[in-house]
Design a protein around this ligand. Structure first.
Ligand code: SF4
Length: 342
């Protein structure tokens, strides 16, 4: 049956009009779904019983089945959800002193196979529809309200490449951002991409005020070829050029995510190459110490090595922060999410 959370507000408005209902009914439905978080049309009590029955006949309100919930000692919570076709995805709730963030998956599996990330190991199964993306946010939003502070930030950094599922991603972002939907400010929504250049260009045309994060992870073309197969299609220099264009067009800063792997990406040579690549580019870097994945042999650099690398970047006027690993003990940290339980 038609999942109602796959329907945009515009399409809901058309649906209501076809049934000779006032167009504000669509807004009411939207508010019940995304603010009231109701699980049944019967609970939409400001609408007639007949109309609720009609909704029930035409749509379903789905929910995610929680297969596993793992709580890290740092308070991070990882959820394994089972979808209707039995595919599995993972979603993470990350509470900190200043914010509560949900890390959302956009695909079941991932076809991009980055050589440090567990999400690509089993390959790609399918795209998530916008309802499946939204249900992750809604589920965690409900949990956050019970457990910690209300949900404040949404990051698309879970399983899958968000821009490879562009239409469903954008549809979901509109609902998350809409004040009649979840009403989370655009600047609190981050989309991370491994560097799908045509979609970065497309995103820049939309005029959304969201944050864009580029998973760079290599310091030049060769190092990125080794770590990220996508670089063979969209090479390092072309990606940096696309980022420059994006910044010019949107007037928004970009964050570059950069994995710190001992003796691979956390070296003086890497810092020197980044200096060349980022010449006159206003950006920030998020340095992510490698989170162990059993299938890969890499090592996390020591604290000193990380500090030295960051200091070198600082000398080159490259601003960076080091991401504190969250949820590592439950396989919930960056690069550790999988689409099946091991
Ligand atoms: S880093 Fe992102 S794009 Fe690369 S394999 Fe992992 S989920 Fe896919």
């Amino acid at each position: 049956m038609n999942e109602i959370r796959n329907i945009s507000l515009n399409d809901l408005t058309d649906y209501c009009k076809n049934l000779k209902q006032p167009s504000y009914r669509a807004t009411q439905i939207f508010e019940w779904l995304y603010q009231g978080q109701v699980s049944s049309f019967n609970k939409m009590t400001n609408m007639s019983k007949e109309f609720r029955c009609q909704l029930q006949a035409d749509f379903q309100i789905g929910s995610l089945k929680t297969q596993l919930k793992s709580v890290s000692k740092d308070g991070t919570i990882k959820y394994v959800f089972v979808l209707e076709d039995k595919e599995m995805i993972e979603t993470v709730l990350i509470p900190t002193k200043t914010r509560t963030t949900v890390c959302v998956s956009t695909q079941a599996g991932c076809k991009f196979g980055c050589r440090f990330c567990a999400s690509g190991i089993g390959g790609w199964r399918r795209n998530l529809n916008s309802a499946e993306i939204l249900m992750q946010v809604l589920h965690v939003k409900g949990e956050a309200e019970k457990l910690t502070k209300p949900l404040s930030h949404v990051v698309f950094m879970g399983i899958g490449e968000p821009l490879d599922n562009y239409d469903n991603l954008i549809k979901a972002i509109h609902v998350i951002n809409d004040e009649r939907g979840m009403n989370i400010g655009a600047r609190r929504i981050t989309v991370s991409t491994c560097g799908v250049i045509p979609k970065i260009n497309k995103l820049s045309d939309l005029g959304l005020q969201i944050e864009l994060a580029i998973s760079l992870h290599g310091y030049d073309n060769e190092s990125r070829n080794v770590l990220m197969p996508v670089n063979k299609k969209y090479p390092f220099d072309d990606l940096i050029s696309a980022c420059r264009k994006y910044i010019k067009k949107t007037n928004r800063q970009i964050t570059f995510e950069y994995i710190l792997i001992k003796d691979v990406t956390c070296t003086s040579q890497a810092a020197q190459e980044l200096k060349k690549a980022f010449k006159s580019l206003i950006c920030k870097m998020n340095l992510i110490p490698y989170n162990p994945v059993s299938e890969f042999d890499y090592e996390t650099p020591s604290k000193n090595e990380i500090i030295n690398f960051q200091n070198q970047l600082k000398q080159f006027n490259i601003f960076s922060t080091v991401r504190t690993p969250r949820g590592r003990d439950v396989g919930g940290a960056c690069g550790q999410l999988r689409h099946r339980i091991i």
